[in-house]
Design a protein. Sequence first.
Length: 485
Amino acid sequence: MKEYPGTTGLILNEPLLWEKGKRGRCGFSMPQRDVDSFPVNEGLIGDGPEFPDLSEVDVVRHYTRLSQWNFAVDSGMYPLGSCTMKYNPKTNERQAAQPGFAAAHPMLHPDLSQGILQLMYDLEQYLVEITGMDAASLQPAAGAHGELAGMLLFYAYHQSKGSPRSKIIVPDTAHGTNPASAALCGYKPTPLKSSASGILAPDDVAAVMDEQTAGIMVTNPNTLGLFEENIKKISDIVHAKGGLVYGDGANMNAIMGVTDMGAIGIDVLHLNLHKTFSTPHGGGGPGSGPVCVLKHLEPFLPVPRVIQQGDRYLLSENFPESIGKLHAFNGNVGVLVKAYSYIRSLGAENLKKVSQLAVLNANYIKEQLKDTFELAYDRPCMHECVFSDKRQQAHKVTTLDMVKRLMDYGFHPPTIYFPLVVPGAIMIEPTETESKEDIDLFVQSLKAISREASENPQLLTEAPTRCRRRRLDETAAARKPCLTG
Ligand SMILES: *Cc1c(COP(=O)(O)O)cnc(C)c1O
């Protein structure tokens, strides 16, 4: 009983339940006993922890307060670049929670699972249509898992042609998971520098592409938020040497209904349903990273696959060239239901509008802030834009100081120090779900912070000061974690 019932404004502190309990308090009333009491065998209970005695209101306030310490998309703007922290309509949660979906057992006979099988079949078709690919697997559980699937597909394809090859080209603007996924499959990543304009130059790809190289992994739009404008030429160069092109499509939020990924030369693409298609993420909950492929890679897709026979849907393992299973049963099906619901409730026109608004919002922020912060690449961006702390360094203020201060203004910090190609990067992804008013408030806050950097830098180096916790020692937190509260 040290700090509480302390309050700072209405930021409520909260002790552990053990510190809060009082002997004899009770959260419920038992009905009068109508049988004789019987002594419990002490041996059965043992010397376990003594549980605190708490009233109902103690418990309700405890958990409500803890829940309010979380920052979430439901409480405010969360402009974390490369993450697409957008608002997810609640109706999609409601659909996934319907007992017919939530309580469906994966081992039920297909005759009793026609609804969910059809939903998965249709969702594959929708994703294929949205991306311009030919076939999909819904099994991978996350983006990086989709990449792993993609690399296994590359391997199986090249193996079927006589040699799996040994290398993969990975540009410096690819997501960090890309080289890791390639290496996990035994491929040696060949690093490739992006050009001065932040995108890949075809000549640079041609210089490293050879017949030992299985292909290239391109994040498009890349981690600078820029569209790889030379992608078609790059794909042609890679294909000419027998290679394949992997598209990291985690950022599909920027190009849905606009870019045909198959037509620009992508052979395998993964999507992040938990970014673009309405599953909340960030807390380690289930995600989904479907892989979409062109025809020539379809035979290698993971099994089981949902197939249609007449008007029935079945699960089939009968794909002899398949890379096998990637996930128990059929992937994270709850996430699939949300994506299906999201796609059906928006429809084709509005999915396209999602991307148009996401891109508009990012470009608006870029234009509003480019006189205040150094813009790494001054050209139209896609769904996110990347600034740096180059100008504020004159006042000995860093990116970290500025985003900590942003918390005092009520915003979750953007992604920082990533991508690595921009020193001191501040990567902002507003998403399409933020209103102009909220974006303006965000812009004004960052402008105010830049003014503070020159007038009173201490405000920044000591930030945050208006949050429940002041600046944490992040090194100690990582090296000596205190896990007991
Ligand atoms: C988020 C992201 C990934 C990784 O997705 P996970 O679901 O976190 O594994 C890969 N590539 C890009 C471009 C991303 O933004």
